[in-house]
Design a protein. Structure first.
Length: 78
């Protein structure tokens, strides 16, 4: 089954810290809602842009999207 990467973007001098904190909430959501994957992460794109992400199976995307409201998404490649 195809996996999708749901992404939250953060901007500013504290973007990395905020993204790392957001990832903690994503991990909590995984356990609470029993999401089928446990893939999360943080990527630093520049000094003022970072993102946090959660990977979900395609059939779970709408439920997770509606609950967590990511900024964007893309197909996840292992």
């Amino acid at each position: 089954m195809r996996k999708l990467k749901l992404i939250w973007d953060f901007y500013g001098p504290d973007a990395n810290k905020i993204a790392a904190h957001h990832e903690k909430h994503l991990k909590d959501y995984i356990q609470l809602e029993k999401v089928g994957t446990n893939i999360t992460g943080v990527e630093n794109l520049s000094d003022i842009h970072a993102l946090a992400f959660l990977v979900v199976h395609e059939d779970q995307m709408k439920r997770v999207r509606d609950a967590l409201k990511p900024h964007r998404g893309q197909v996840y490649v292992d």
